[in-house]
Design a protein around this ligand. Structure first.
Ligand code: ZN
Ligand code: ZN
Ligand code: FE
Length: 757
C-alpha cells in the first residue's frame, strides 16, 4: 500500500469535482478523503501502487465537463489507515484563493428533465445541477457555498437536501439547487392584466410576444428586452422606445435548427454557438429570409444566441403559429448599463416594456451577453462577458497582485495574482454614472472574490479618463505606486499576453483604433510600433489630421471628411457628398475652427479615416452608435475585388494625399461605393505589409501583432492576415480577449508586471 497527498488547482469547485473524485476512489478501491479548500481541492489517497496510478490518471484526464485543472501536485506521505473514502468539510486557508466558475448555460440532462412530464422539476424555470446554472452572478462571498450566494434565502426542501447531500447525485453540492417546492418563482406583470404566477405567467408572456408586444425578462445577468424579431412594428417600437436607432439587435432562438433557418453556419460556428458559454455569435444571414431591415440596418450579419437558461427555453418553446426568432437585447435605455433588479427594471424599463417577466432570485453581479465571431476555427471576441468572466487568462510569468483599470469605453478591469489574470466582465462606458458605479463595485467584488490586495496599479495615459482618475485616487488612498501606460502600447501587450508570449524579444505592433492618448498629447490611432512588454517605439503613424470640435466630430463623419479635405488642400466642392451634406452654418463654424486651431486636436486615428471614407462615398454622414460608419463601410466590401490605391510614406509618416485624391477621382468617375470601399480596405492591408517588410529589413523582426478596435473589421483582418502570412510573417491575433478597448486592462497589467520592483 502507498499513500499520496494530492492538491489540485483550477476551476474545481462547484463543478461536481468532489463527487467525481469520490466515484473514482470507489472504482480504484482507494481509501482516504477529498475536501475543498480555499486553495483548490485536496485529496488523501491510500491504495496499491497500481490503483493509485489509475486513480490519478483518471482524475487528470477525465474530469467533469466544467472543471478546469491548472496544476496538480502529488507527494508521498505516511498516512493513517482509513476504512473508507469520504468527503470532508471545506477548509479555509488564509490568503489563498481559487478561481470561480463563470455562469453556465443549462446542460442537456437538465433540459431533458425540464420537458419530461414525469420529472419532479418538469417546467421549473430554475432547474440546474452541478454541471450547469448560475455562478458568478449569484456569488456574494467566498468560498462558493449556498449561504454565500443569493440562493441563501431559499431553504432547501427535504428532497433537494437529500440530492444535495448525496455524493452520487448529479446535484451533490449544487449550490443553486432548487425545485418548484422550495426555489425561486417567476411571475408576470403588466398594466393591462392582473399579475400571473408561475406557468400561467410564462404563458402570458408568450401571448404578449406572439401579439407583437415588448416584454422585459429577468434573466441570468440582468434584464433583456424581447419581441418577435419578424414583426416589423414590434421591432420599430422597440427601437423608438429604447432610443436605439440603428445599432444591431441581438436575437435568441430555442435551438440550432432555427439558427440554420436564418443564417449560414459552419461547423466551427456551430461549436461556438452550442458551447456551454452560449455567446451571441455573429453569423452571415441567409438570403431571402423575412428578417426586417430594422433588426440590423446596413448589416449582412445577424447576432444570434441559443436560449441558455430554463426560463428562456420555456419562453421560446416552439409551437405552431408562435414566433421562432426573438430580439433579445439588454434591458436599458440607449447605451446605459444593463438593469438587474426588479425595482430598477420597473423604473427604467417602464416606458419600453408592455409587460415584465420577473423572478425572485437576486442577481448580485450584472453581466451582459458575450459577443463573438469565428476566425480560422477559433474564437474572436467583440465582447467578453457572460460565460467567460471571471475565467483567468494564464500569464506567461508570475505576477504580483496588480490592478489594471482599463480604458473609458468598453471598459474592463484586470486583477492579477500568481499566474492568473482575472479580466472582468464587460463593464461599458464609464461616462455613464451607473456604469461607473458598476466599475467601482466590480473592482471591490473581484478583489474580495480572489482575495487580492493590489501592490501596484496601472491605468491609461489619458488624464481625463474616469478610470485614470480612479487610479490616481486609489494609488494615493492605498499608498501603492501607479503606472500610466500609453494606450497603444497596452493594446500591443494585450495581444502578446493573449498569445502567451513569454519572450523579451520585440515584435511589430499594428495598433489601429479610434482614439488613444499619445505621448505627445495628440490623439493617436494608427500606430505601427516596435516593442514588447517593457517598452515601445513609434515607428510609423498616419499623418496628423484635424478634428474640428474634438470628440463631438466623431458623431459626424461628414465633418471629419471635410476637415481631411481642408488639411490636404483639396477643395470643398458641393458635388462631394460629404460637403453637400453640411449646412453652411456647419461649414463656417468648421472653417473658423480649422483656421484658428481652436478646439481642434490632431489625430492619427485609423477609425477616423474609415469614417471619412464612408462619408466621402455618401454611405453615412452622421452616426448613432460607435464605429457605425466604419462598420457599414466594411459591410459593402466585395472580396472578389483585389485593386487598391497607392499610398505615400515620407520618413515615418503615412501620407493621405494620394489615397484621398484617388478616392475622389473614383467618385468623379461614378465608381460604385462598394468598389471604392474594397479598394480602400485593400490599401490598408497593403500598407501594413509594406511597413512590416520595411521593419523586417531594418530591425530583423518577423512577428506581427494585430490589436485595436479596427481589427474587429473582419474583411481587413482576413486580408491582412493572409498577405502577411503569405510573406512569411508570423501573425499574432486575439483569441481570448477582444482586440478593442475591452482588452487593454490585460495589456496594462502585463506591462506593469514588467515594471514592478
Ligand atoms: Zn444541469
Ligand atoms: Zn426543493
Ligand atoms: Fe483602443
Amino acid at each position: 500500500m502507498v499513500s499520496k497527498e494530492i492538491h489540485i488547482k483550477g476551476i474545481v469547485q462547484g463543478v461536481g469535482f468532489r463527487p467525481f473524485v469520490f466515484s473514482m476512489a470507489k472504482k480504484y478501491n482507494i481509501t482516504g478523503w477529498v475536501r475543498n479548500s480555499s486553495a483548490g481541492v485536496d485529496i488523501l489517497a491510500n491504495g496499491t501502487p497500481q490503483d493509485i496510478g489509475g486513480f490519478i490518471t483518471e482524475v487528470k484526464t477525465n474530469p467533469p465537463p466544467l472543471a478546469k485543472i491548472d496544476e496538480i501536485f502529488e507527494s508521498d506521505i505516511n498516512s493513517d489507515d482509513y476504512n473508507d473514502f469520504t468527503i470532508l468539510q471545506s477548509q479555509k486557508i488564509p490568503g489563498e484563493f481559487i478561481p470561480i466558475s463563470p455562469d453556465v448555460s443549462i446542460c442537456s440532462e437538465c433540459q431533458k428533465e425540464l420537458f419530461d412530464p414525469g420529472n419532479h422539476r418538469y417546467r421549473y424555470p430554475f432547474i440546474n445541477c452541478t454541471n450547469c446554472g448560475p455562478r458568478l452572478t449569484i456569488i456574494k462571498e467566498i468560498p462558493y457555498d449556498r449561504p454565500n450566494t443569493t440562493m441563501a434565502e431559499f431553504s432547501m426542501c427535504d428532497r433537494c437536501q437529500t440530492e444535495y447531500d448525496n455524493p452520487l447525485d448529479r446535484r451533490f453540492h449544487a449550490q443553486p439547487i432548487a425545485c418548484p417546492d422550495c426555489g425561486p418563482q417567476v411571475w408576470f406583470e403588466s398594466s393591462t392584466s392582473a399579475p400571473k404566477n408561475g406557468e400561467s405567467g410564462i404563458q402570458q408572456a408568450r401571448h404578449f410576444l406572439k401579439d407583437g408586444k415588448i416584454i422585459a425578462i429577468k434573466g441570468l445577468g440582468g434584464f433583456h428586452l424581447a419581441c418577435d424579431a419578424l414583426n416589423r412594428e414590434a421591432v420599430s417600437n422597440l427601437r423608438q422606445r429604447k432610443k436605439r436607432s440603428d445599432k444591431p439587435f441581438a436575437t435568441m432562438v430555442f435551438g440550432i435548427e432555427t439558427v440554420e433557418k436564418y443564417c449560414q453556419i459552419n461547423d466551427a460556428e456551430k461549436i461556438l454557438i452550442e458551447s456551454p458559454e452560449r455567446p451571441i455569435v455573429i453569423l452571415l444571414r441567409k438570403k431571402g429570409t423575412h428578417i426586417p431591415e430594422q433588426i440590423a440596418p446596413g448589416m449582412k450579419t445577424l447576432g444570434v444566441m441559443l436560449a441558455y437558461t430554463p426560463l428562456h427555453l420555456l419562453l421560446l418553446e416552439p409551437e405552431n403559429g408562435y414566433p421562432d426568432l426573438f430580439v433579445m437585447t439588454s434591458g436599458n435605455i440607449y447605451d446605459e448599463t444593463i438593469t438587474y433588479t426588479n425595482e430598477s427594471a420597473k423604473e427604467v424599463l417602464y416606458s419600453i416594456a408592455d409587460g415584465f417577466l420577473f423572478h425572485n432570485r437576486d442577481i448580485n453581479i450584472r453581466i451582459d451577453d458575450s459577443v463573438i465571431t469565428e476566425y480560422n476555427g477559433q474564437k474572436y471576441f467583440y465582447r467578453r462577458s457572460r460565460g467567460y468572466a471571471p475565467n483567468a487568462i494564464i500569464l506567461p510569468n508570475r505576477s504580483p497582485e496588480i490592478l489594471a483599470v482599463g480604458g473609458e469605453l468598453k471598459n474592463t478591469f484586470c486583477l492579477t495574482k500568481k499566474k492568473y489574470a482575472f479580466i472582468s466582465h464587460h463593464i461599458g462606458d464609464l461616462k455613464n454614472m451607473e456604469t461607473y458605479q458598476a466599475f467601482t463595485e466590480g473592482i471591490a467584488n473581484y478583489q474580495h472574490m480572489f482575495n487580492a490586495k493590489p501592490q501596484f496599479i496601472a491605468c491609461d495615459l489619458h488624464p481625463e479618463y474616469l478610470s485614470t482618475k480612479y487610479a490616481y485616487h486609489y494609488s494615493k488612498a492605498n499608498n501603492i505606486p501607479l503606472l500610466q501606460v500609453q494606450h497603444h502600447h497596452a493594446h500591443l501587450a494585450a495581444c502578446l499576453a493573449d498569445n502567451t508570449w513569454d519572450s523579451d524579444e520585440n515584435v511589430i505592433g499594428i495598433c489601429l483604433d479610434g482614439t488613444g492618448y499619445g505621448l505627445d498629447k495628440q490623439i493617436w490611432g494608427c500606430e505601427i510600433l516596435i516593442g514588447g512588454y517593457r517598452m515601445f517605439q513609434r515607428k510609423f503613424h498616419l499623418e496628423y489630421m484635424p478634428l474640428p470640435g474634438g470628440d463631438s466630430a466623431i458623431l459626424h463623419p461628414n465633418r471629419i471628411a471635410a476637415a481631411y479635405l481642408w488639411k490636404l488642400g483639396l477643395p470643398w466642392d458641393d458635388h462631394i457628398s460629404s460637403i453637400k451634406s453640411l449646412t453652411s452654418e456647419e461649414k463656417s463654424v468648421m472653417k473658423r475652427q480649422l483656421e484658428s486651431h481652436i478646439n481642434t486636436p490632431n489625430t492619427s486615428s485609423m477609425g477616423r479615416l474609415f469614417d471619412a471614407v464612408a462619408s466621402l462615398i455618401g454611405l453615412r454622414h452622421t452616426i448613432n452608435y460607435e464605429a457605425q460608419a466604419a462598420i457599414e463601410l466594411e459591410q459593402i466590401t466585395e472580396p472578389s475585388i483585389t485593386d487598391a490605391y497607392k499610398f505615400e510614406i515620407t520618413e515615418n509618416i503615412i501620407n493621405l494625399n494620394s489615397v484621398i485624391s484617388n478616392i475622389l477621382s473614383d467618385i468623379n468617375h461614378s465608381i460604385h461605393g462598394a468598389v471604392i470601399s474594397t479598394k480602400f480596405h485593400n490599401t490598408i492591408a497593403n500598407l501594413i505589409l509594406f511597413l512590416c517588410k520595411q521593419i523586417e529589413k531594418e530591425n530583423n523582426l518577423h512577428h506581427v501583432a494585430l490589436s485595436g478596435g479596427v481589427w474587429q473589421n473582419q474583411y481587413l483582418l482576413r486580408k491582412t492576415y493572409q498577405i502577411l502570412t503569405e510573406e512569411g510573417f508570423s501573425v499574432l491575433i486575439h483569441h481570448h480577449i477582444p482586440p478593442n478597448d475591452g482588452g487593454i486592462s490585460l495589456g496594462q497589467a502585463v506591462i506593469a508586471n514588467k515594471h514592478y520592483k
